[in-house]
Ligand binder design. Structure first.
Ligand code: SAM
Length: 267
């Protein structure tokens, strides 16, 4: 198991008993900065070995950590302060664990929305907390107008008796987006159920406390409607030099500059 452990954002007293226990028992503690975390760890007599886990090397080391987890190691991940994955490293590791079906959990977050966001595997770089949707359909529709086009992850609180209706409603309103129902966070039956709206699997237990995390609206490329030449000319009109425009079009379309150049010359 990977334990994503929330640590204090300032006052070292703001840590949970379970977080301390998990850190004490870990085989390895991955720290954004081992020297920085040494202060917190020594304050609580935590002597587990630490290892640097920083943003720049995440992609390179994530597989090795996944291998260690698969081999049975108990690993904790902390950032310098607060919650890993929230403007801090960890997302690449979580993505890798999900791909490989390896378990992870969050320890010590005092907010179900943040824990659910991390557990869901959705994009954590920007998100919007929606909370409970209004009960009346007209109010709900007014509220959803605000959220439907947002490109960030949406986080909903849902009462168990409303989940089936909410999922159907969001399917109608938002279309076939990826979603994750996160149940019973930090309790015995914690689980994260991924599905595409509105197809919530039939065998899911719809009891207990739950949060629904839904992907943001698709980012349609601003050049999607343009042919290559118009795309290039748009950049030139915006003030880029010929060379810069060529480079920008190649980057946007994921092809080489020479290919773009050939297409523009041909027209
Ligand atoms: N103040 C709380 C917080 O920071 O998360 C939320 C209070 S709100 C009245 C209660 C809702 O939070 C529940 O209906 C559920 O959507 C969510 N929630 C609270 N605890 C949860 C848990 N352990 N697992 C999943 N969702 C939870």
């Amino acid at each position: 198991m990977l334990y994503i452990v929330v640590t204090p954002i300032g006052n070292l007293g703001d840590i949970t008993y379970r977080a301390v226990e998990v850190l004490k028992k870990a085989d390895i503690i991955l720290c954004e900065d081992t020297r920085h975390s040494a202060v917190l760890l020594s304050r609580y007599g935590i002597t587990a070995p630490t290892r640097a886990y920083e943003k720049f090397s995440e992609a390179r080391v994530a597989d090795r950590i996944a291998d260690e987890l698969a081999a049975g190691k108990e690993i904790a991940l902390i950032s310098d302060a607060g919650t890993p994955l929230i403007s801090d490293p960890g997302k690449i590791l979580v993505d890798r664990l999900r791909e490989r079906g390896l378990p992870y959990t969050v320890v010590g977050s005092g907010c179900a929305a943040i824990s659910a966001l991390i557990l869901s595997g959705a994009d954590t770089s920007s998100f919007c907390f929606v909370g409970f949707l209004p009960e009346k359909r007209a109010d709900r529709e007014r509220a959803m107008k605000k959220f439907a086009d947002m490109q960030c992850t949406l986080v909903f609180y849902v009462a168990p008796h409303d989940i089936a209706e909410t999922v159907a409603y969001l399917g109608e309103t938002l279309g076939a987006r990826k979603a994750c129902l996160v149940r019973e966070i930090s309790k015995l039956y914690e689980e994260s159920i991924r599905f595409t709206l509105p197809d919530l699997p039939e065998n899911v237990t719809l009891k207990g406390e739950m949060v629904l995390v839904v992907d943001g609206a698709e980012k349609s490329a601003p050049y999607a409607e343009l042919d290559v030449k118009a795309h290039y000319e748009k950049y030139v009109a915006e003030g880029l030099s010929d060379k810069e425009a060529l480079k920008a079009v190649a980057r946007d379309r994921g092809v080489s500059k020479s290919e773009i150049y050939a297409q523009i010359k041909r027209k």
